[in-house]
Design a protein around this ligand. Structure first.
Ligand code: NDP
Ligand code: 2IT
Length: 449
């Protein structure tokens, strides 16, 4: 690694020693862009890498709200406005008890690269709270969202920063957030949030977009290696928004999904997962995946007992981690390889540890990296923003067709970069390089800001 890159990493480690996820994301990118950085000695003088890894702004705030028992609860809210280089800050909101500054920064950092890959004019951001939506009533969720937005509203706007959903934030939460924003601003700024319901300005196919996009990317990657989804066995972690629609599209291409999970465990159904049942349990009843076996007693529920999810021990051709960061460890990667996995597609953000990714690549497994493979969600958010600006709607088919084209372009960009820089077939490096080249060019063009 060049001295400049080494120095940047060392300084980042020193300045952010208590932020492991953020450092992991930065190191993964910096380790792969060496060939580009080596070709541009001028980057060091203009501190290009130092500027790229430093968020433009971090906002952290108190979120007090009243629970159903009448007690006041205080959570912490965040918005990391990482980069406005190529468009307004853009990225989701995560409500999960694990949320902290390190996780917000890693997600914001990854978002810059992902958004650059979409080819659309969106910068990078992430936000959220350590609020745990599990077991909360609708009214509690609404009061929390209203309190959260009462602070967040002053930092966002349809040309400034446009949040959306992520873990724990779906259509219901976006609705409450939008309602409060509109009330405070006394203006209908449709494009201030994406992931809205279609009845008040949302885009058709946004709900499906991340999962569908993941499968479109997988289709392209397999095609480039003379393979396809047809007849393949698929296992998916998670059973939320991304997992559900990845499952739906995998079926549409003739694959068979045999396992899905949540944070407590996984179900294995050798006849193929009954997706309608999963949707009812997770989307309507907001229940646990273990309930699946009540309707399908022949399916198996395997409880999680340690950090390695049982879902990766199941034999599969294609593994799709669609739950959370670092959910696919080196142990899991070894189990997958032993069982003959062909491809891993990252629906979640940074689901594979660095050791797991390296192990998979070294063993000839195709890896579809998160920044590229799950970019369909944010790309469709950008399509939602453009529909809001035009005050117009595209049909479901129109949005899906645009999404498909974007995912094809993203795969081609990853492939071109990996071929050009001598890491043929390594789309992890390809995605980082393709995005970095664009961002570096924009950063140079805009001067020292
Ligand atoms: P949801 O909240 O809809 O679903 C999350 C799923 O992941 C649930 O099944 C949940 O299980 C599981 N999960 C969450 N945290 C953990 C954990 N610590 N360990 C094990 N399982 C966990 O979220 P999404 O589907 O929207 O997001 C999933 C992933 O995809 C995230 O990494 C997100 O950043 C990424 N992503 C999402 C996009 C979107 O458009 N929504 C776009 C791009 C990426 P449980 O119910 O037990 O918590
Ligand atoms: O990680 C992600 O890309 C998202 N959660 C979606 C972000 C968005 O703005 O649609």
């Amino acid at each position: 690694m060049s001295l400049y890159l080494e120095n940047v990493i060392e300084t980042a480690k020193r300045k952010n020693s208590n932020e492991p996820e953020y450092l992991q994301a930065v190191e993964e990118v910096l380790a792969t862009i060496k060939p580009v950085v080596d070709n541009h000695p001028e980057y060091e003088k203009i501190a290009l890498l130092e500027r790229m890894i430093e968020p433009e702004r971090i906002v952290s705030f108190r979120v007090p709200w009243v629970n159903d028992e009448g007690n006041v609860v205080v959570n912490r809210g965040y918005r990391v406005q990482f980069s406005s280089l190529i468009g307004p800050y853009k990225g989701g909101l995560r409500f999960h008890p694990s949320v902290n500054q390190s996780i917000m920064k890693f997600l914001g950092f990854e978002q810059i690269f992902k958004n650059a890959l979409t080819g659309l004019p969106i910068g990078g951001a992430k936000g959220g709270s350590d609020f745990d939506p599990k077991g909360k009533s609708d009214n509690e969720i609404m009061r929390f969202c209203q309190s959260f937005m009462t602070e967040l509203y002053r930092h966002i706007g349809q040309d400034v920063d446009v949040p959306a959903g992520d873990i724990g934030v779906g259509g219901r939460e976006v609705g409450y957030l939008f309602g409060q924003y509109k009330r405070i601003k006394n203006a209908y700024e449709g494009g201030v949030l994406t992931g809205k319901d279609v009845c008040y300005g949302g885009s058709l196919a946004r709900t499906e977009a991340t999962g569908y996009g993941l499968i479109f990317f997988m289709r392209e990657m397999l095609k480039a290696h003379n393979n396809s989804l047809e007849g393949k066995t698929v296992t998916i972690s998670g059973s939320g928004n991304v997992a559900i629609y990845a499952c739906q599209k995998a079926y549409a291409y003739g694959a068979k999904v045999v396992a899905m999970s949540d944070s407590n465990g996984c179900i294995y159904d050798e006849n193929g997962i009954d997706l309608e049942l999963i949707k009812r349990i997770k989307e309507v009843e907001r229940g646990r995946i273990s309930e699946y076996t009540k309707t399908h007693p022949n399916a198996q529920y395997i409880e999680r007992t340690d950090e390695d999810s049982p879902v990766w021990k199941i034999k599969t051709d294609i593994a799709l981690p669609c739950a959370t960061q670092n959910e696919l460890t080196l142990n899991s990667a070894k189990a997958l390889v032993e069982n003959g996995v062909i491809a891993v597609g990252e629906g979640a953000n940074m689901p594979c540890t660095i050791e797991a990714t390296n192990y998979l690549l070294e063993h000839g497994v195709l890896v579809a990296p998160a920044k590229a493979a799950n970019a369909g969600g944010v790309a469709t958010s950008a399509i939602e923003m453009s529909q809001n600006s035009m005050r117009y709607y595209y049909t479901f088919e129109e949005v899906e067709e645009k999404l498909d084209r974007i995912m094809v372009n993203i795969f081609n960009a990853c492939k071109e970069a990996s071929d050009t820089y001598g890491c043929c077939g390594n789309y992890v490096a390809g995605a980082n390089i393709a995005a970095f080249r664009k961002l570096a060019k924009a950063m140079k063009a805009q001067g020292v800001v």
